[in-house]
Ligand binder design. Structure first.
Ligand code: C2E
Ligand code: CA
Ligand code: CA
Ligand code: CA
Length: 275
């Protein structure tokens, strides 16, 4: 039994060190990627339903790894959040998206808002407002052209601090959106206290329209709520014409999804804009 115990123990430490090594190497690779500008943003259009025009875009991060190619954010963002690397990576994304939006404006393309995802660590970083102010100054992008996407889970349990922090960002002229709305178990009462402009309906409620009656009720309910609170509402993950028709009927303002376009590299997104 003793020998067996020792074997189990050895196996355990070996497994731990494999896991620890994996994390260490991932951390090293992410730091390297940051230093060597190996991240890229893809841009997905946000389309105004009434006019059919592109009114904005969401900047979505990818890691261009020489060995693995383009790595989707789901594969490295959770780790970046855990290790704290999301702060410099997220700041790179903010800067890069603002610079790109400014270039499009300078090229004479129609005015466009750019949305950037913020992580919890960034939201609660003391100097966030100053960092964003510095990015806007250095890129020359007007604050109204920048939208920040936050999730309910980042706010949950910190409602009072959130009112203050979002108030700071709002007073800078930024637009604030609640991403993945409906997935966060949060109370609705906090919504009316937050200085936000936009609710983004999570794609899990859009995916099964029109087969799933419950999802249709939820999506319709979120749209009705947004309208009552005087918020804009964007639907995510719209893939079919039937989904778009339903959302339009319910009074949804804008949408994102493969139906219109996948997220695209900047040059391809630009072609879409000039088309
Ligand atoms: P998200 O913010 O909810 O972004 C929407 C995701 O849905 C994107 O996945 C997008 O490519 C995908 N999508 C868009 N249209 C459709 C559609 O019609 N059908 C389906 N099935 N999917 C669609 P992506 O690019 O893999 O990003 C995943 C998540 O990674 C994002 O979810 C966001 O939470 C996070 N993320 C991306 N970029 C950043 C970033 O710069 N900073 C932080 N903190 N998180 C980021
Ligand atoms: Ca988002
Ligand atoms: Ca989302
Ligand atoms: Ca999501």
């Amino acid at each position: 039994a003793k020998a067996q115990g020792r074997n189990t123990y050895r196996f355990f430490t070996d497994a731990m060190s494999v896991e620890a090594q994996r994390h260490l190497s991932l951390e090293r690779r992410l730091r390297h990627a940051l230093e060597h500008e190996r991240f890229v943003l893809h841009y997905q259009p946000q389309v105004d339903i009434a006019s059919g025009r592109i009114v904005g875009c969401e900047a979505l991060l990818r890691w261009n790894d020489p060995e693995e190619g383009l790595v989707a954010p789901g594969r490295f963002i959770p780790f970046a959040e855990e290790s704290g690397l999301i702060v410099p990576i997220g700041e790179w994304a903010l800067h890069s998206a603002c610079r790109q939006a400014r270039r499009w404006a300078d090229a004479g393309l129609p005015p466009l808002r750019v949305s950037v995802n913020l992580s919890a660590r960034q939201l609660w970083q003391t100097e966030l407002p100053e960092r964003i102010a510095a990015i806007l100054k250095s890129t020359g992008l007007p604050p109204q052209a920048l939208e920040l996407e936050l999730t309910e889970s980042m706010i949950m349990g910190h409602e009072a601090q959130a009112v203050e922090r979002l108030g700071q960002l709002r007073s800078m002229g930024l637009r604030l959106a609640i991403d993945d709305f409906g997935t966060g178990y949060s109370s609705l009462s906090y919504l009316k206290n937050l200085p936000i402009e936009v609710l983004k309906i999570d794609q899990s409620f859009v995916r099964n329209i029109p087969q799933d009656r419950n999802d249709m009720e939820i999506a319709g309910g979120i749209i009705a709520l947004a309208r009552k609170l005087n918020l804009d509402v964007t639907a995510e993950g719209v893939e079919t014409a039937a989904q778009l028709t339903f959302l339009a009927e319910q009074g949804c303002d804008s949408y994102q999804g493969y139906l219109f376009s996948r997220p695209l590299p900047a040059e391809e997104f630009e072609k879409l804009l000039t088309r």
